[in-house]
Structure formats: C-alpha cells, structure tokens
Design a binder for this molecule. Structure first.
Ligand code: BDR
Ligand code: CA
Length: 311
C-alpha cells in the first residue's frame, strides 16, 4: 500500500522538483499539498504549488494555502535565490486548478484526525509555520503523525542565510522549536546532506535529454537555480535541497546520519534559527531527531531522473 504523505511547501524550484518526484512515485500517495510563506509570499507559493500539479497532470491533488507569515516574526523571503515568482527559469501557464477553501492548518488537523494514528507522514520543505500552528492548536495530532521528514537546519555546514542559520529554520525559529519539541519521529535533511546533492551541468543535461516537457522544465529550473549558488559556493553546481526529503521516503538506504538531540536557537544575538545539533553527543539532552549527514548523490540522481522521466 502506498505511504500517505502531505507535502508542506514554499515552491521554490527545489520544492517543485520534490513535488514532481513524489507525484511520479507510486510508493507514495500525496493526500494534499499545503502552501506556506517562505521563498516568496504565500499567494505565490500557493499558485506555484498548483502550477507544479498541473505540469504533472495531477489536477486531482488538493492544494491548501496556510500561514502567510511566521508565528512571531516578519516574513523573510528569498527572491535573490529563486527569482521574483519563486519559480523563475521558465514560464509556466497560470493554474486553472482552484485552491481549496479550507486554511491549511485546519486541513492538517482535520486530515490527521481522520486517518488511523501513525499512518500519515508530513514532508515540510519550507518554514515550519503551518505544522507548528497545527501542533499548537491541536496537540492530539502529534501522536497521529507517522513521521515528519523535513528539509532544514545544518550542523557542519552551519548557515546559508546567516553565518549560523539555514533559511527554513531561520524564517520561523519559533515554529521549528515547536516541531522539534513535539515528540514526533523526526528525520532532518540539513545543509550537511543537501550540499552534497549538486546539480552539475551533466545532471541538468540528463533532464534535458529526456526530451519531455517535464524534463525540459526541470532542466530550466535547475539551470536557473545554479547561477546563484555556483557564484556563492563556487561548487560544481547548486544544491538541490528539498528532493532529499522525498528521496528518503523512497530509498532510505541512500542516506545515513545519527539519532541525536537537536535544539533550535530562538534568542541568540548572532545565531537565531541555528539548529544546535548534538552530533558528538556531548549533552545529556535526549535525542529527538535522525539528523542526516551523508548521501549517495549519484544514487539519488539516478532515482530522480528515472522518476522525472515517467512524467
Ligand atoms: C531551503 O530554503 C529554500 O530556499 C529551499 O527551497 C530549501 O527548502 C534551503 O535552505
Ligand atoms: Ca523549500
């Protein structure tokens, strides 16, 4: 039976590739996509999520709009990385799919209560605002979640938006603190792993060589994304962050990490949004997350290309 997931996201080209990977994979049943403000404001992330569903021919996937700002802070966005629309690189048609009427936070609570406990996995690919709001309003849902597999944070790679913090956690650290303290089985894809998943020229070319519409769109997005990150990191290609979450669900053997304690810094003068990961197990704090560090990147791209090729 396919594993039931809800993707909570702020598309974003890498979010979009993650959504496509999930929609192309019969092992997963995408119950819904919930949009959150992050890379770009909510009206754009909610629109982009529908554009991606339509690109995949999946107008049956319900898309809900959620929180338009972090729990306690002013929204910080990342147009400098993702472009003005959040999905710059190629123009997609305006979506005809409608947004669902319900707020994403209400939907998350309702949907988790509707399913048997431990049967729905959440896949957050952006700031954790929607998930934290749902957990705060309805603490009973915590024990109903099978797992949360999220992209966010960093330990060895430290930060990408400040010297100490990764974007998704930095945008809403209070929300991240709620999620990391919720007692839900947590798998974290930090920069430590996503910085090993680089879209090199050869990998972009592989998408293009599929000769399909979706392959061309993915090549255009990853090529666009690249211009910023290569300039920034001087690496061979841009990190493709969010697809690691979906790839983990499909092929966990590609990844390795440690089950450790991770706390979120919400107060620090220079370190707000830092994921304080006890990698060396030097504190007495109880482990709360499987914190991933390594990946078979070639295996991940083989999986991704094979699945994108199906669309
Ligand atoms: C994360 O921030 C966003 O820009 C990406 O979509 C990814 O989720 C990486 O720090
Ligand atoms: Ca994202």
């Amino acid at each position: 039976m396919a594993r039931k997931i809800i993707i909570d996201t702020d598309p974003g080209q890498d979010d979009a590739v993650a959504i496509l990977l999930a929609l192309a994979s019969p092992e997963l049943q995408v119950l819904a996509i919930t949009a959150v403000a992050g890379n770009v404001p909510l009206d754009l992330t909610a629109k982009n999520a529908r554009k991606v569903c339509e690109l995949a021919g999946r107008t049956d996937i319900p898309v809900y709009a959620g929180c338009d700002a972090p729990l306690k802070r002013t929204l910080v966005t990342a147009e400098h990385v993702h472009g003005k629309t959040g999905l710059d690189g190629i123009e997609l048609p305006e979506p005809v799919m409608e947004l669902q009427d319900m707020h994403a936070v209400d939907f998350l609570i309702h949907e988790l209560r509707r399913h048997p406990p431990g049967t729905v996995t959440l896949c957050p690919l952006g700031p954790l605002t929607n998930i934290a709001a749902a957990l705060t309003r309805a603490p009973d849902i915590a024990e109903r979640i099978e797992q949360i597999v999220l992209m966010g944070g960093a330990y060895f790679e430290v930060g990408n938006v400040t010297p100490a913090a990764e974007f998704n956690i930095y945008v809403d650290p209070e929300a991240a603190a709620v999620v990391f303290a919720a007692g839900v089985p947590l798998v974290v894809m930090p920069l430590d792993v996503t910085h090993k998943v680089l879209v090199t020229h050869e990998r972009v070319a592989r998408f293009e060589a599929m000769g399909t519409r979706v392959g061309h769109v993915v090549a255009s997005w990853t090529h666009f994304f690249e211009r910023f990150d290569v300039a920034k990191y001087g690496s061979q290609g841009a990190p493709l962050h969010d697809p690691t979450v979906i790839a983990y669900l499909l092929a966990p053997a590609l990844f390795s990490g440690r089950y450790i304690n991770v706390e979120i810094e919400t107060q620090g003068e220079f370190t707000q949004g830092m994921t304080v990961a006890d990698w060396w197990r030097v504190s007495a704090r109880a482990p709360n997350a499987l914190f991933i560090k390594d990946v078979d990147a070639e295996g991940l791209f083989a999986l991704l290309s094979e699945r994108i090729g199906r669309l």
